[in-house]
Design a protein around this ligand. Structure first.
Ligand code: SAH
Length: 216
């Protein structure tokens, strides 16, 4: 095993031991999606530290433990259609692509053209067949591929929009950091029937802000 492979194993062992990563299929998806393919040139040596890292234009690749928490809450399943709002590096989209398998689909939308271009290059390295990248404002979701089984916001949002909830299937769930520019609560919203949702909160986090029509 090379140096990066050893560091990747150490990070995943840490995420499991610390309780961030629990489900077997998620542990496998993390193993199969090496983070060093998704960081900027020069940052490979930090790819397996549990920290967010800079991308282009103020975007960041999220901290691994935060991605683990969010995906444990999202519960992406084989065959699910997932919308990710905020592609960033493309790392989380590729982890999701493993979770939903080829019978599922990941639609990921990124508002910043340069970031989207960077992500596309990264995603292509893993050659997933089920990831669609869209350049645009995802603050109101993305209508053309709706409905989704799962929706994940990877940027801080003032609220989970009615538009996004409208694009969610019955029994679907949304995971999003909701709050102010400074601090957010990780919210999970489940659509239990048409027009009825239940909500839970799972700790505080700091994300970069959602931009666009319904962003900050
Ligand atoms: N999960 C990503 C990290 C995303 S960081 C990863 O694995 O790397 C959040 C991203 O959301 C940034 O790239 C930012 O440009 C993007 N973003 C912010 N507002 C957005 C919007 N309205 N629509 C789509 N993307 C948005």
């Amino acid at each position: 095993m090379d140096e990066l492979g050893r560091k990747s194993k150490e990070l995943i062992d840490y995420l499991v031991l610390s309780g961030h990563l629990k489900k077997k299929y998620l542990i496998e998806a993390f193993k199969e999606t090496p983070r060093h393919h998704f960081v900027m040139r020069g940052y490979q040596k930090y790819a397996y530290d549990d920290i967010a890292l800079p991308l282009v234009n103020q975007a960041t690749i999220s901290q691994p433990s935060t991605v683990a928490v969010m995906l444990e809450l999202l519960q992406p399943k084989k065959g699910d259609k997932v919308l990710e709002i905020g592609t960033g590096s493309g790392w989380e989209a590729c982890i999701l692509s493993k979770c939903v398998s080829d019978s599922g689909k990941v639609v990921t939308i990124e508002i910043d053209e340069d970031v989207a271009e960077f992500a596309k290059g990264n995603i292509e390295k893993l050659k997933p067949k089920n990831v669609k990248t869209v350049v645009g404002d995802g603050s109101a979701g993305y209508g053309p591929d709706a409905p989704y089984d799962k929706i994940i916001y990877t940027a801080a949002t003032p609220e989970i929009s009615m538009q996004a909830l409208g694009q969610l299937s019955v029994h679907g769930r949304v995971v999003a950091p909701v709050g102010s520019l400074l601090l957010q609560t990780m919210k999970v919203v489940e659509k239990i029937s048409l027009g009825k949702t239940v909500e839970g909160s799972h700790g505080t986090f700091q994300f970069i802000p959602l931009r666009g029509k319904l962003g900050f």
